[in-house]
Write a protein that binds this ligand. Sequence first.
Ligand SMILES: C[S@@+](CC[C@H](N)C(=O)[O-])C[C@H]1O[C@@H](n2cnc3c(N)ncnc32)[C@H](O)[C@@H]1O
Length: 327
Amino acid sequence: MVVPNKTTDKMLRAFNDTLALLFAHKAGFFKILSRNDALSETELSEQMCIPQRSTSALISLFVAQVPPLVKKDENGKISLATEARTYLVPDSPLFMGGLIDFINENPDTFQPDVFAKQMREDKPHRPMFIEDKTFNQQMVAAMNGKSTGPASIWAEKLDLSNYKHFLDIGGGSGIFSKNLLKSHPHLKATVFELPYIVEVTQEFVKGTAVETVNGSFFEDDYPVADIHFYSDIFHDYAENDCIMLATKSFKFLPKNGRIILHELPFNDSKTEPLSTAVYNFSVIRWTHGRQYSQNELIRFLKNAGFSQIESIATGYLDWMLVTGIKL
Ligand SMILES: C[S@@+](CC[C@H](N)C(=O)[O-])C[C@H]1O[C@@H](n2cnc3c(N)ncnc32)[C@H](O)[C@@H]1O
């Protein structure tokens, strides 16, 4: 019996899924459906100003996904499924449109020749953190889009009742701080960010109690805080920088202060999970880092002097917290 080419086929065709999602988002497919209970193919096609054959192809692709993004009823009317309502509609608190916009606006990120150059040269084709306001607005919105889901759940997993001040180091849009204050209003939360990012952070945290501080974690002292939180920071850097950051936190935290890493780690043999392996591909192309394993993250904290090190699944896909205490 011939083995079906399931994985090869899936991998070869995955770019169709990506292109369809990028285009549908840009053409207002999900937004239009969110404003209506259900639409016929013709109505949707007219409202998007896209020919019916193209509209129909998008619908079929989204209906056939598991779980689906779109449902089709017995009368052929189209409506959004729960996942699309949660992540692809601008009014949703978990909307991840910023990430889709970033990919749409930076098409070099998925061009085969750019990808080949990055792989051969083992370095990003352009720096990720630069003083360019437009790019930074897109980049922070993309980080926000990537983090809406994970940031909605992580804080439930830890008892932070004895702490006072949460420092969100490289906090980007501040989404982890914002969500934390909803469940832990006794905490003060500060995002520590590069000066040219802070102005974008401030737009995202407007109207909340989250504060911002300008600084570089490579150059500046940390302000006083008893929790140091790094979400998706260690994966941007090589091992020696990760150890430097953990050691710096150990120095600046008070006695009983806590460090928390929020990462999407590999297993020890780097064979799973698939979500990490895929993410790793994007990370190695944009940064000098990679996705670490849980044990590597634990080792960074141990080397820096932390005790009571634990790793805890956040419950959101494969995201993990690795945390330690300065005794
Ligand atoms: C991958 S993003 C993570 C953002 C956020 N923590 C999250 O998980 O959504 C990395 C963040 O680190 C910030 N960053 C990069 N270099 C930095 C530095 N030297 N000092 C402070 N922040 C920095 C970037 O501006 C960016 O917001």
